[in-house]
Design a protein around this ligand. Structure first.
Ligand code: SF4
Length: 427
């Protein structure tokens, strides 16, 4: 393997796998394969695949509409139907998608035969009710206990943790008969072991991948390339293809790190991104940073939108259901912590990743990820005096994205970073 075959392989493979994934969703009804609507924070892919079901991620369907610049058509349709302009854009785009009988720019999305939610975002609960009303879909909510206070997480063996784990396990044991009814298949614990084994391989490689961006220059952009990785991490979790993809990515990024090949040509500033990206102008949004030599070395998005998969949690395959409950609790809790207690995680990143600045992106229609960003920014300034930028736009609605205004603020931020570095050199 050399540079020409390795560098860029992950992006190309990810895009191909994604096209194939949407094609497979389009064909799911013909195959008689039931569709399960799930969310990125707690998808239960391992369990659904064990029943031969097709997991569908409405959040990914919606963001793909924005990346493909057609989200406004769907948003307008949902607003004309009666949905308020200021609720989650992902929900509204999905409502219009359902009204269009699944017609999506990347294929046809099957109707939900079942929906599984977690409490990681309160919008999930109301979103599930929409499918219930529209299609009569059975909706199952798994309540995953979150961290009670910053830094108070408990771990296996602790009585508090074990009570929470049992609570999740009981819910999973109730979910299994529902999936048997919907899929018309008997639960096969060995099949679950298999999908969990693939998830273990993917998790281990994902964790390694994230750590590889400590190298200078950073080997991947946590926002632009990271979004492709997240797509595969969600859609292919529990499959051999997903595990192989992340092993290949580790190989590619190890090669780049060893040969000093960065994600931006001339890295000058190492940044962390907090929030959800600006999909309506996704490419330009990233260019506004890379043109200054800014590289996103990490992001809270990689943590919460992977459902905590980046932790690399390893299931114990000798007790699959208990361990699925344990992994769900730890991973979904980590995803929630990445939004609600992100100050601690961000502080821990600064030194190992040699972070120069933090970019906060508040989203108009996602209160779950945007609430508390200003407080986090204040805490980081107080504790580490790290430069930061606060941007506001949306992940779906181009009506509230002002590229010119954004550019002004980004340029001013980089000018500040440059003078700060010069002042340090002078001192
Ligand atoms: S996390 Fe934000 S974008 Fe995702 S469903 Fe909840 S409100 Fe919508």
């Amino acid at each position: 393997m050399d540079s020409s075959t390795l560098v860029g392989r992950g992006v190309a493979d990810g895009a191909r796998m994604f096209r194939e994934w949407f094609a497979s969703l389009t064909e799911a009804p013909e195959r008689g394969q039931p569709a399960a609507y799930v969310f990125v924070m707690g998808s239960f892919n391992e369990l659904l695949l064990a029943f031969g079901m097709a997991p569908v991620f409405p959040e990914i369907n919606s963001l793909q509409m924005a990346v493909r610049r057609v989200a406004h058509e769907y948003l307008n349709e949902a607003e004309d139907y009666g949905y308020s302009p200021d609720i989650c854009g992902y929900v509204k785009a999905d409502v219009a998608l359902q009204l269009r009988k699944g017609k999506h720019p990347m294929g046809m999305i099957p109707k939900p035969d079942v929906a599984i939610l977690t409490n990681a975002c309160n919008t999930y609960l109301k979103w599930g009710e929409i499918w219930e009303r529209m299609h009569g879909t059975p909706v199952f909510t798994v309540d995953v206990p979150g961290t009670r206070a910053s830094g108070q997480q408990t771990w296996p063996g602790d009585p508090d943790f074990e009570r929470d784990r049992l609570y999740v396990e009981r819910q999973i044991r109730e979910l299994i008969p529902l999936l048997e009814r919907v899929s018309k298949k008997k639960f096969d614990i060995d099949r679950l072991r298999e999908t969990m084994g693939h998830a273990n391989d993917m998790g281990a490689a994902f964790k390694e991948l994230i750590a590889l961006n400590r190298s200078t220059p950073a080997v991947f952009n946590a926002v632009s390339e990271g979004t492709i990785y997240l797509g595969v991490a969600n859609g292919f979790r529990g499959t051999p293809e997903g595990a192989a993809y992340f092993r290949d990515l580790v190989e590619e990024m190890t090669f780049k790190a060893a040969n000093g090949i960065g994600t931006v040509t001339d890295e000058k500033h190492r940044l962390v991104f907090v929030g959800v990206p600006c999909y309506p102008i996704f490419r330009r949004f990233n260019e506004l940073f890379s043109e200054w030599g800014g590289a996103f070395v990490s992001s809270t998005y990689l943590w919460f939108a992977s459902g905590g998969a980046g932790l690399g949690w390893q299931y114990d395959l000798s007790r699959p259901i208990e361990s699925l409950a344990e992994g769900t609790l730890i991973s979904v809790r980590h995803a929630m912590d990445s939004m609600f207690f992100q100050d601690r995680a961000l502080l821990e990143l600064i030194d190992p990743y040699k972070v120069d600045g933090i970019v906060f992106h508040g989203i108009k229609s996602c209160r779950t990820t945007s609430t508390g960003l200003s407080d986090t920014r204040r805490v980081l300034t107080e504790k580490r005096d790290i430069p930061s930028l606060f941007l506001e736009s949306d992940m779906m609605d181009r009506r509230v994205v002002s590229e010119a205004q954004m550019k002004n603020r980004i340029d001013a931020f980089f000018e500040g970073l440059v003078s700060r570095k010069l002042a340090k050199v002078g001192a």
